[in-house]
Design a protein around this ligand. Structure first.
Ligand code: FAD
Ligand code: NAI
Length: 465
């Protein structure tokens, strides 16, 4: 029987980063992953392939809509098989890269499905059905999440797809109906819109991207509508019938009322994700997930002796970097160090065009908690670099405590803001005031100056116009 200091179940961002950190700290570690490749949802069917298609489709869109304005005359033509192939190649390179890091850090990848059979014990069943038993002083559950099913709209993987299917459609749909105006729906809806599909997004609520700063969400919806995406808000799909050539849907007002028909070539169901703990043996070690399936933790400990959980399978935002940070902190705690995650500073990015990037509290959250705050806001129309690049859509908004000036939240929409939010994450980690950012020299001409100008706006001394 193989024995380890740590056994991690799941090889996604939670699992693989935890395993590598354990190896770095000199712990003997096995990572049990049942997929053919490491990297989990993120590298295989999530963050990485979606960003590949977002980038490629944005290039096509720019070539179609922007190049002529810059004095570049081209006639771009989509080659979908090549676009899909370069995406698959990137995924393969990155998943192989995790395997390389496993070897480098002496992490053993045990291929197969892991199941807890007792405290400190994991049974692994490989693809051929053979089983083996591993023993570990500590076990970390990092089994991630899967798409939430929608009753009445069965994902068949052909005409009705989930996010994995929407990353690999064989053709550009004439009409793509997306159910759910969340991050997946808007990112993948954008991809197919740019590649030529008519896209209709059906959302149950009366607004898109629940939880996002409301002003930013409105600006995003306005922009995506201008790009040709149609939104049906406060609406629910009540039935879907797929044929060989398409899908007939019925849609009703969320509050009830007259149903109407909607036909689509393909349907993407993207109404959220749920924790994945099937056949994991949680009951055997006395772990009862909460009613939504999440494993409750206290500093990653589950309550079962020596069993921890990190990433999408636990509470909090379902984001790769959150899973990664939790895994590293969890392993450091297991190794007797002081692992820590600052949940107030976990950024979120929506990789649409324009991008949305946020960190910290929204205005709505601050109002609800009664904190008095000041707002500094700066539009990219007043930023010279954004203007010369003809990328002047959007704004940066900084929320700072009215008494202490400490930065509480930052919300931005605009081209490339996903690459800029890290500056505010560092500032917030250091408990910066808005004045700290406002008095920090930024290079000119860059879009990053808008970050500083928004901070200057908190005290009303914005200068660029
Ligand atoms: P996962 O990545 O889901 O990994 C869990 C792994 O465990 C899987 O490989 C699974 O096969 C394995 N597993 C499960 N059960 C067992 C078992 N019993 N035995 C062995 N192995 C098992 N997040 C971002 O931060 N940025 C993005 O841009 C982004 N884009 C996304 C785009 C899409 C389309 C999707 C679907 C998600 C995206 N996410 C993004 C979310 C991100 O993918 C997840 O938050 C992240 O993958 C969670 O990591 P994890 O390690 O907790 O779980
Ligand atoms: P989501 O929670 O972001 O959005 C789901 C949307 O579907 C919500 O707007 C919700 O109101 C709506 N909805 C729910 N039930 C519905 C129904 N019956 N009919 C119509 N609308 C309905 O979930 P999504 O987009 O599936 O993404 C899952 C997770 O993946 C997110 O939590 C996100 O964190 C992560 N992700 C992150 C990305 C990023 O960081 N860029 C990219 C893609 C996914």
């Amino acid at each position: 029987m193989a024995e380890y200091d740590v056994i991690i179940i799941g090889g996604g961002p939670g699992g693989y980063n935890g395993a590598i950190r354990a190896g770095q700290l000199g712990l003997s570690v096995a990572c049990v992953e049942k997929r053919e490749t490491l990297g989990g949802t993120c590298l295989n069917v999530g963050c990485i392939p979606s960003k590949s298609l977002l980038h490629a489709s944005e290039m096509l869109d720019l070539a179609n809509k922007q190049f002529a304005r810059l004095g570049i005359d081209v006639t771009p033509k989509l080659n979908l098989p090549t676009m899909m192939r370069q995406k698959d190649e990137s995924v393969a390179q990155l998943t192989k890269g995790v395997e390389f890091l496993f070897n480098k850090n002496k992490v053993e990848w045990i291929k197969g499905g892991g199941r807890l059979t007792g405290l400190g014990r994991v049974e692994v069943t490989d693809a051929g059905g053979a089983t083996s038993i591993l023993e570990g002083k500590s076990i970390v559950i990092a089994t991630g999440s899967r798409p939430t099913p929608l009753p009445g709209v069965t994902v068949d993987g052909v005409r009705i797809v989930d996010s994995a299917g929407a990353l690999a459609l064989p053709e550009v749909p004439g009409h793509l109906v997306v159910i759910g105006a969340g991050v997946i729906g808007l990112e993948l809806g954008s991809v197919w819109r740019r590649l030529g599909a008519k896209v209709t997004v059906v959302e149950y609520l009366d607004h898109i991207t629940p939880g996002l700063d409301a002003e930013t969400a409105k600006a995003l919806q306005r922009s995506l509508s201008k790009q040709g995406i149609t939104f049906k808000l406060s609406a629910k799909i009540t039935g879907a019938t797929a044929s060989k050539v398409g899908v007939d849907l019925t849609v009703e007002p969320a509050a009830g009322g007259t149903a109407e028909g909607l036909s689509a070539d393909y349907v993407l169901v993207a109404i959220g994700r749920q924790p994945y703990t099937d056949d994991l043996g949680l009951d055997v070690v006395g772990i009862t997930p909460d009613p939504r399936g999440f494993i409750d933790t206290d500093h990653f400990a589950t309550g079962a002796a020596g069993v921890y959980a990190v990433g999408d399978v636990t509470h909090g935002p379902m984001l790769a970097h959150k899973a990664e940070d939790e895994a590293v902190a969890c392993i450091e705690i297991i190794a007797g160090k002081a692992g820590h995650v600052n949940y107030d500073v976990i950024p979120g990015v929506i990789y649409t065009s324009p991008e949305v990037a946020t960190v910290g509290k929204t205005e709505e959250e601050l109002k609800a908690t009664g904190v008095t705050y000041k707002v500094g806001k700066f539009p990219f129309t007043a930023n010279s670099r954004a203007k010369v690049n003809h990328e002047a859509e959007g704004f940066v908004k900084v929320l700072a405590d009215a008494n202490t000036d400490r930065i509480l939240g930052v919300h931005m929409i605009g081209p490339g803001v996903g690459e800029m939010i890290g500056e505010y994450c560092v500032a917030m980690e250091f408990a910066a005031s808005s004045e700290d950012v406002a008095r920090t020299c930024h290079p000119h001409p860059t879009r990053s100056e808008a970050l500083r100008q928004a901070a200057m706006g908190v005290e009303g001394w914005t200068m660029q116009a």
